[in-house]
Design a protein around this ligand. Structure first.
Ligand code: ATP
Ligand code: MG
Length: 558
């Protein structure tokens, strides 16, 4: 039964499913991912997708993607599109043969929802109530019965049909389940099942003016689709008795769906809820839903995060019943782990400073061997050009360095990665006093295989040959917020990290001209990078996905 070849996760939900299978309760496991198309998916949704598709995959089942599009005014077709793009990207070649076909829509079941509601009215388990939404809320809080509760079945049937026919104004009437006005669980206090809303729906247009409430639509959608395990986040635990009441009231036979709840993902240094992500987009605090600083799936993808990273992350955080906060460092660690294995190594200089090797012949170019990926012997070698004029990182030189500074300094030596040892002889400055170039001498015997190749110097730095380098824009992304819990500390927008994006003009080794968007690169000593879709044939744009080391951990200790 188990299809999983990699590590197979285990948690309380998978234990329940394994037991249900052992007992022969269901012929096939069916889960679903039910987003409301009112925003782009975020990393919390990724957790839910990995769980629901992971289960379908491990137990030979199917996972439906269902648009929970029961709210006529809030949903847009753009969101449906983006949701499917994100889901497919995440499950492609992993669980794509477990997807239950095209996306399903709760709105496709409106007719069935209505018929089931009529059944409920007919058996005296629902009634039309004329109280306003405010009165209804107040009565439910107080545990008081509506004075419309004991209407006859005939009157209820007539009024409900007329609600559907559009005879009444928005808010004038509702259909309510007749359960228990004083139940300890407020969700059972005669909850509203239908409300009147004269609004156009993105798929059903003007056809309906009554719309089902979440519990009614969600439970019935699960039943109609033959869902076996309906998995949602903890907030819905209190809805479960209503979920079961609906299935009971309609006398649906077993096997029928059961609801299970798990703790949602919360991530430090970020906001996850769609409502807040929308504010960042609408108030132009980020460049859009796919801004690489956003923890949306599209933002993470653009930043360079791979589906494999998100799946490993989801696997590592696991599924529990206890609300908790996951450290952003764990997501970043997962990226580094994966990219260290797969990324192609390249040399790039983000903030260049010019070096002239005074004892190296003008016009000469050498090709030096460099390793593409030390973690992957199949990745092979490449050749990088070396010449008299080079760029190194501005940070790798200090005119008056502190003790223990092992990079380049006046009179000091350093090794150029894959190349020679050089010594800085002279610092040349322009009229404003800024360093314009460093004049150095190169020890031509110190190259790999040379007589002084084994000579030890303390520092090794990266470089590119000036005349061979290609120019690129590099976007250095960092965490979007400066505090671990921007949500908990007041207005989250006041904690936006002003240094979360820095754009630099970099010099890159020529091999990067052939870079591919789907490949991941390590710019040596700097971090992991991916091509941005803004790249053109004339100009590459790179996004830093993550730095090589966790600079925030040091910050936190201070
Ligand atoms: P938000 O609170 O961000 O608006 P939502 O729950 O309203 O999210 P839906 O589109 O209704 O968003 O969610 C679709 C599915 O994703 C649901 O099953 C929901 O439980 C799950 N989900 C949403 N947020 C998270 C999260 N942070 N962690 C895990 N699962 C989540
Ligand atoms: Mg929701």
């Amino acid at each position: 039964m188990t299809a999983s070849t990699e590590n197979s996760p285990s948690d309380f939900i998978r234990d329940i499913i394994a037991e249900d299978i052992r007992r022969g309760k269901y012929k096939q496991i069916r889960t679903r991912f039910p987003p409301e198309p009112n925003g782009y998916l975020h990393i919390g949704h990724a957790k839910s997708i990995c769980l629901n598709f992971g289960i379908a995959r491990e137990f030979g089942g199917i996972c439906n993607v269902r648009m929970d599009d029961t709210n006529p005014t809030k949903e847009e077709a753009e969101y449906v599109q983006s949701i499917m793009t994100d889901v497919r990207w995440l499950v492609d070649s992993w669980a794509d043969n477990h997807i239950g076909g095209a996306p399903l829509y709760a709105s496709d079941y409106f007719e069935q929802f209505y018929e089931y509601a009529v059944d409920l009215v007919r058996t005296g388990k629902a009634y039309v109530c004329d109280m306003t939404p405010e009165e209804t809320d107040a009565y439910r809080r107080l545990g008081k019965a509506s004075c419309f509760r004991d209407r006859s079945v005939e009157e209820n049937l007539d009024l409900f049909a007329r609600m559907k026919a559009g005879e009444f104004l928005d808010g004038a009437r509702t259909l309510r389940a007749k359960i228990d006005v004083n139940a300890a669980n407020v969700w059972l206090r005669d909850p509203v099942l239908y409300r009147i809303r004269h609004a156009s729906h993105h798929r059903t247009g003007e056809k309906w003016c009554i719309y089902p409430m979440y519990d009614w639509a969600h439970t019935l959608s699960d039943y109609i689709e033959g869902i076996t395990h309906s998995i949602c986040t903890l907030e819905f635990e209190v809805h479960r008795p209503l979920y079961d009441w609906i299935l009971d009231a309609l006398e649906f036979p077993e096997p029928r769906p059961h609801q299970y709840e798990f703790a949602r993902l919360n991530l430090t240094y970020s906001v996850i809820s769609k409502r807040k992500l929308i504010q960042l987009v609408d108030e132009k605090l980020v460049s859009g839903w796919d801004d690489p600083r956003m923890v949306t799936i599209s933002g993470l993808r653009r930043r360079g995060v791979t589906p494999g990273v998100l799946r490993t992350f989801a696997y590592n955080i696991g599924i529990t019943k206890y609300p908790s906060m996951t450290d952003m460092a764990l997501l970043e660690h997962t990226m580094r782990d994966e990219f260290n294995r797969i990324a192609t190594r390249r040399l790039a200089v983000l903030r260049p400073i010019k070096i002239v090797l005074t004892n190296y012949p003008e016009g000469k170019t050498e090709e030096l061997d460099a390793i593409n990926n030390p973690e992957d012997s199949d990745a092979g070698m490449r050749r990088i050009p070396f010449s008299r004029d080079l760029y190194i990182e501005r940070d790798d030189f200090m005119e008056t360095p502190p003790p223990k500074y092992f990079r380049l300094q006046p009179g000091g030596e350093v090794r150029l990665k894959y190349a020679y040892i050089i010594k800085c002889d002279e610092v040349v400055k322009d009229e404003k006093g800024n360093i314009s170039e460093l004049r150095c001498t190169v020890d031509l015997d110190s190259k790999s295989g040379g007589p002084t190749a084994g000579r030890k110097v303390k520092g090794t730095i990266h470089w590119v040959s000036a005349s061979h380098a290609i120019d690129a824009e590099v976007r250095l992304y960092d965490r979007l917020f400066t505090v671990p819990e921007p949500d908990a500390s007041g207005d989250f927008k006041s904690f936006i990290n002003p240094h979360s994006l820095e754009v630099v003009s970099a010099k890159c080794e020529p091999a990067l001209a052939a870079a591919r968007p789907e490949e991941r690169y390590q710019f040596e000593r700097l971090g992991y990078f991916a091509l941005d879709p803004d790249s053109s044939r004339e100009k590459q744009v790179w996004n830093r996905t993550v730095t090589l080391r966790d600079t925030w951990a040091k910050e936190a200790k201070k």
